[in-house]
Design a protein around this ligand. Structure first.
Ligand code: DX5
Ligand code: ZN
Length: 221
């Protein structure tokens, strides 16, 4: 298994002092910054765009920024996030007319590429794209909001995705997003996830080092 990555979702950060809150969570031991982009079209919520990503880079954030695009259409925003300093860019294949081309555009821009599968999207969607992905992101809630409950059926999908990745022989991360908490992160890891997004579970606590250390303990069990 790859080295576990913890990627706090800034959707639940203190947006009035985002730079400082991101610094705090990275100093507390987080690996990546998970950056949720919502357009009030593909999902019924509205967040932030490339200007905020670029502002985090100017603020001094050097950690990987893991951009999760919940937007439709996707392609226009890809070059903007590449220019804004994104490290990884993931999108929902339903929201791109040509997902294979979108993946190539992300990689051509020097970013790692990811495909996101909603709870209602079958794993088979990934089969024709697997040679172009660096990361598969499984949604364990329906996208659009932080603070929702983990959908338990996702555990089976994780196991199937892990089998698919291992069979591909490719170097692909398996990321989970939605409802990840201290009391379920262990079984999520055991099912085959190596990259963990958590928003409310981390930013909802005052003691970031403690919650991140507890998550790592559960993952390692
Ligand atoms: C949901 C977002 C998630 C969200 C996770 O659409 O993609 O990244 O912030 O939040 P929690 O961890 O609170 O479920
Ligand atoms: Zn996300």
């Amino acid at each position: 298994m790859k080295t576990p990555i913890i990627a706090p979702s800034i959707l639940s950060a203190n947006l009035a002092r985002l730079g400082d809150d991101v610094d705090a969570v990275l100093e507390a031991g987080a690996d990546w910054v998970h950056f949720d982009v919502m357009d009030n079209h593909y999902v019924p919520n509205l967040t932030f765009g490339p200007a905020i990503c670029s502002a985090l880079r100017k603020h001094g954030v050097t950690a990987p920024i893991d951009v999760h695009l919940m937007v439709e259409p996707v392609d226009g925003l890809v070059p903007q996030f590449i220019d804004a300093g994104a490290s990884l860019i993931s999108f929902h294949p339903e929201a791109s007319r040509h997902p294979h081309r979108t993946l190539q555009a992300i990689q051509a821009g020097g970013c790692q590429s990811g495909v996101v599968l909603n709870p209602g999207t079958p794993l088979s969607t990934i089969e024709c794209l697997i040679d172009e992905v660096d990361l598969i992101l499984l949604m364990s809630v329906n996208p659009g909001f932080g603070g929702q409950s983990f959908i338990p059926q996702t555990l089976d999908k994780i196991k199937q995705a892990r089998t698919l990745i291992n069979a591909s022989g490719r170097d692909i991360r398996l990321e989970i997003d939605g409802g990840v908490k201290i009391d379920n992160i262990g079984e999520i890891a055991a099912a085959g996830v190596d990259t963990f997004v958590a928003g409310s579970a981390i930013f909802g606590q005052d003691d970031y080092p403690s919650i991140i250390a507890q998550m790592r303990e559960q993952i390692a069990k």
